[in-house]
Each structure stands twice: as structure tokens, then as C-alpha cells.
Design a protein around this ligand. Structure first.
Ligand SMILES: NC(=O)c1ccc[n+]([C@@H]2O[C@H](COP(=O)([O-])OP(=O)(O)OC[C@H]3O[C@@H](n4cnc5c(N)ncnc54)[C@H](OP(=O)(O)O)[C@@H]3O)[C@@H](O)[C@H]2O)c1
Length: 332
């Protein structure tokens, strides 16, 4: 089968498309013929951070939609021909405060989805929501799950609250925008791009501002109850300064830098809440699928690339040209 493989060299130089062996299936496994494989910033980070020339070859990619091609003898929930999406979180079944020991994400350390076939246990696939095309379903899993847990499980967003989403070009945050609006909350977004601000307003955002402006001045008439922070160092201080006293920041990413500064006195006087989040359990993945089906929510699909266009795709995401999700189409 054809796959995007990372090996030999650090960074994008180690990427190529090649013929590799189709994955085998065990007793409880399903073999998925991949239709669309969504890309996440994690894929850029994975190939950038694997330095060792001697690291084994890896197929990156955490998201996919497709059709079940074959099943192991012990599979009970699926049969060949079923249309599915992959849950990219491995080993986190029930809801819990944090992922259990051994939790891993598809696409590192084991092979991921940027390939014609992907295999995993039947516990890690769910039926494709019927209102979504394969293209839409393929870019859904990781980002939508992350947005769902950050907003609802961790952030406890309510319909009468205001949420601020810095960096709205993000795949995760375009889901957060649609989920928050479906709930009825007031949504403010930021972006460095005026084009992306306009696109967010067209999707229902109540207000859009420049990430580089003075948020306190610009939003002096707003009460920000919840802020979903994934940019990290570049915006963290501004985020902490703009939420109302007693308000909450949920953080799950650091696109710029991991190290941030907090004025701890200001923090405790303000009685703020700072919560970490990461993807979500299989239970939350199913809750998220039900939610998007009930609300008829579709991913913000920016662009799909062919496998051979891997360089362009990785550079597109690295340079944050995306508004929403991108991915690879493996339709044949
Ligand atoms: N912990 C988890 O489970 C988890 C899951 C998913 C994602 N993540 C992390 O969450 C982050 C977002 O993921 P994603 O896949 O949605 O990313 P993405 O699509 O690449 O979006 C990142 C956004 O961050 C903003 N940004 C980037 N550099 C910036 C800078 N220097 N200053 C200000 N804003 C900047 C941009 O928004 P504008 O273009 O609008 O300015 C960009 O669109 C990443 O760090 C990712 O690794 C973590």
C-alpha cells in the first residue's frame, strides 16, 4: 500500500511517499481502507521532533474515515463494508479526570493513518456520522474530541456565558466555535489574519479581534467567562489578563512555546481557574459524535491534499495558512 513515511532525516526532509506492507490484523482488529486522513499540528510536531536518524520508519497521522475492509475472527461490532471514523486516542475508554497510564495517540509511537490502510482494535472505531461525507468525517476525530472535552467537560461552558477563542484559524478552535454557538454561548475570537476574522464572523462568531491588539482595551465592554488557550507563550499572559475574576482558562496546546509566565499574586487575588485538557476518552468521543449529529455540525474543511502533495500539506499547516481542517484524500 502507499503511505507517507518519515524516516532517516529530522523534519520535513525525512518525509516521502512509498510502498509499504499493508498492516496485518489480529483477532479483535479491523482493517480500515482509508478514505480521508485529517492532519493536525501534532503531525508537524511529530516529524519535527523525531531527531534520531536511527528512529524506526513511521507513518504519521491520527485521523481517518474509511470503510472496513476485513475483520478479525473476534470482532463483534463491525463487518466488512461498514463506514467508520477512527478514535485517535488509544487506551482511554471511560471518562476520567485524566488519561490512564499507557494512553497513546495514533501516529506515534505506532504507525498512523496517512496510508491506504490502517488497522486497530474494534474499540477504536465508531460509525461515521450519517450527515457527514467521508471527507468531512476524516478530518473530524482528534480536533473535535479535543474541542468537546476542553469546552464542555473541563470548561463547563453554559449557554449564558461568553467564551474567548484565541487563534481561530486552528482546526480545534473552528470546532470550538461551532460547538459553542450550537450551545447558544456568546463567542469572541481572535486571529492575526483579518480574512480569518471575517470567516469566523461568517460562521457565527459574535465578535472577532486581532490577536496582536490590546485585548483588555478592545474587549473592555465584555465579560469573558471561559477562554480556550492553545497558542501558549505568545498569548498566555494576555489570556490571563482578559478573563473575568473567577473565570477559567482551559489549555491544551502550546503552538508557540511551552514556557509561560504567571503573576501568581494577580492569579490568586483574581481567583482564576487554570485547567489542563488533552483529547478525551472513547466515551467522550461517542458523546461528541452524538452531539454533532444532533446539532448537524460539520467540520470547517479548508483543503484536502493528495498523498504525493505531502510537502505542500505539511508546509501549509506549519505556516498556519489553514482556516480549520486540512487532510489527505486517499479516494481511488
Ligand atoms: N493536548 C491535546 O490533546 C491537543 C489536541 C489537539 C491540538 N493540540 C494543540 O493545540 C494547538 C492547536 O492545534 P490545531 O491542530 O488546531 O492547530 P492549527 O490548526 O495549526 O492552528 C494553530 C493556530 O494558532 C494560531 N497561531 C499560530 N502561531 C501563532 C503565533 N505566533 N501567534 C498567535 N497565534 C498563533 C493561528 O491562528 P490564526 O492563524 O487565526 O492567527 C493558528 O491557526 C496546537 O498547539 C496543537 O499541538 C493539543
Amino acid at each position: 500500500m502507499r503511505a507517507i513515511v518519515h524516516e532517516g532525516k529530522t523534519g520535513f526532509e525525512g518525509l516521502s511517499v512509498k510502498e509499504v506492507e499493508r498492516p496485518s490484523i489480529g483477532n479483535k482488529d479491523v482493517l480500515v481502507k482509508v478514505h480521508t486522513a485529517g492532519m493536525n499540528r501534532r503531525d508537524v510536531a511529530v516529524v519535527t521532533k523525531r531527531h534520531q536518524a536511527e528512529d524506526p520508519a513511521l507513518i504519521p497521522g491520527s485521523d481517518a474515515s474509511g470503510t472496513i475492509e476485513a475483520i478479525g475472527e473476534g470482532v463483534t461490532k463491525f463487518e466488512a463494508g461498514d463506514e467508520v471514523v477512527i478514535n485517535p486516542g488509544l487506551g482511554w475508554q471511560e471518562n476520567s479526570d485524566a488519561p490512564p497510564e499507557g494512553f497513546e495517540i495514533v501516529g506515534l509511537p505506532d504507525n498512523g493513518t496517512f496510508a491506504e490502510y490502517y488497522s486497530c482494535t474494534e474499540d477504536h472505531v465508531e460509525r461515521k456520522p450519517s450527515h457527514l461525507s467521508f471527507e468531512e468525517a476524516g478530518v473530524l476525530p482528534l480536533a473535535a474530541l479535543t474541542a468537546y472535552r476542553a469546552l464542555f467537560t473541563r470548561g463547563q461552558l453554559k449557554a449564558d456565558q461568553t467564551v474567548l477563542l484565541p487563534g481561530i484559524g486552528s482546526g480545534v478552535l473552528t470546532f470550538a466555535l461551532k460547538f459553542s454557538k450550537a450551545l447558544g454561548a456568546r463567542v469572541i475570537v481572535t486571529s492575526r489574519s483579518s480574512e480569518k476574522q471575517k470567516e469566523a464572523l461568517a460562521l457565527g462568531a459574535d465578535r472577532a479581534i486581532d490577536t496582536n491588539c490590546d485585548w483588555n482595551e478592545e474587549l473592555s465592554d465584555e465579560t469573558v467567562d471561559l477562554l480556550i488557550e492553545s497558542i501558549g507563550e505568545a498569548t498566555f499572559e494576555k489570556s490571563l489578563n482578559v478573563i473575568r475574576k473567577g473565570g477559567t482558562i482551559v489549555t491544551f496546546g502550546a503552538t508557540t512555546d511551552d514556557q509561560v509566565q504567571i503573576n501568581i499574586r494577580q492569579f490568586f487575588y483574581g481567583q482564576y481557574n487554570l485547567l489542563g485538557s488533552t483529547m478525551g476518552s472513547a466515551e467522550e468521543f461517542r458523546e461528541m459524535l452524538t452531539f454533532i449529529e444532533e446539532e448537524q455540525i460539520k467540520p470547517q474543511l479548508d483543503r484536502l491534499f493528495k498523498l504525493e502533495e505531502y510537502k505542500e500539506a505539511f508546509e501549509y499547516l506549519r505556516d498556519t495558512k489553514n482556516f480549520g481542517k486540512i487532510g489527505f484524500s486517499l479516494k481511488r
